[in-house]
Design a protein around this ligand. Structure first.
Ligand code: NAI
Length: 303
């Protein structure tokens, strides 16, 4: 019997063809980073207009990266942009797009029903070797994977916004994720230039499990009148060394996002007080004050 050992450094990246489904904020960033690091990428959106929008935003962002990487080398920058662009193709058919894929990353809306429908539809269309991954922030990877026949080849790949800038990748293992799948995911994460951490399939993984209750408590602090928004932010920046205060961070993330994560967790784990939804966030969302993206949250922004 051949015994294989899987130490992280021993496993080489074998993933070449990557399919990213959902070309919004996260999916377009994931597609960009994968293409920049030499992978063939198929990006899937719902229709041609959305695909064009995703591709346009990738072109702008690749241009930014090229400018940084090739400061005094316009020819190098041009080549980098061309090479990256040539590695990305668009598709509006998930079943077609997964046919030759080594890794499928789902980055569509944060709704379990939509994710189930998608994974059900591509499970038979993808080769049996293909690894499936979800970029979900708040849903259970195991629950998403449950509709597929490849639970051993299913993992969480949780990126951070903006994907080309943020260094971290959370690699989430369910009890069914095989060692081989996990090691492939880790090797791929390294190959795209991310620092990977491993965590179990628990609500919020590591970063959001800590960050969401922290934001919620800062909002409760504001509601209680303990301190002003500005003072809470200054306190955490200068007292804890955080680059952004929690109220600013909440405006950056978007109150609709934070609230829906909290409400989802609260519904599933009603006894955990850390997941109690916040009435102040609910009020902001009802008023359309979603944060930076809507021009106003706790603070006002110039659009
Ligand atoms: P988004 O709304 O910007 O993008 C979602 C995209 O998916 C849209 O362009 C939509 O047209 C497309 N889409 C929806 N259903 C589809 C389908 N069946 N087939 C193909 N495309 C479809 O959302 P965002 O922010 O990019 O989030 C996507 C996922 O990433 C969510 O699961 C979210 O929880 C997760 N995430 C979000 C982060 C963030 O900071 N926004 C951070 C980390 C993870």
């Amino acid at each position: 019997v051949l015994k294989r050992s899987f130490s992280a450094s021993a496993v080489r990246n074998t993933i070449k063809n990557v399919t990213v489904i959902g070309g919004g904020l996260m999916g377009s960033g994931i597609a960009q980073v994968a293409a920049q690091t030499g992978h063939n990428v198929t990006l899937v959106e719902m229709n041609a207009d959305l695909l064009k929008k995703a591709e346009d935003s990738i072109i702008i962002n690749v241009g930014r990266v090229a400018k940084k990487l090739y400061k005094d080398d316009p020819d190098g920058a041009k080549k980098f942009i061309e090479n990256t662009r040539s590695r990305i193709q668009g598709s509006t058919s998930p079943t077609e797009a997964v046919k030759d894929s080594d890794l499928v990353i789902e980055a569509i809306v944060e709704k379990l029903g939509s994710k189930h429908a998608l994974f059900k539809s591509i499970d038979n269309a993808a080769p049996s070797k293909t690894i499936f991954a979800s970029n979900t922030s708040s849903l259970s990877i195991g629950q998403i994977a449950s509709v597929t026949s490849r639970k051993d080849k299913f993992t969480g790949l949780h990126f951070f916004n903006p994907v080309p800038v943020m260094k971290l990748l959370e690699v989430v293992r369910t009890p069914d994720t095989s060692d081989e799948t996990y090691q492939s995911a880790m090797a791929w994460g390294k190959a795209i230039g991310k620092t990977c951490i491993t965590c179990k399939d628990t609500p919020g993984f590591v970063v959001n499990r800590l960050l969401v209750p922290y934001i919620a408590e800062s909002v409760r602090m504001l509601e209680r009148g303990d301190a002003s928004a500005r003072d809470i932010d200054i306190a955490m920046k200068l007292g804890a060394g955080y680059p952004m205060g929690p109220i600013e961070l909440s405006d950056y993330v978007g109150h609709d996002t934070t609230l829906s994560i909290l409400e989802g967790w609260h519904e599933k784990f009603p006894d955990n007080p850390l997941f109690n939804p916040s009435s102040a966030l609910r009020k902001l969302v009802d008023e359309g004050k979603l944060g930076i993206k809507s021009g106003e949250g706790f603070y006002k922004y110039n659009k």
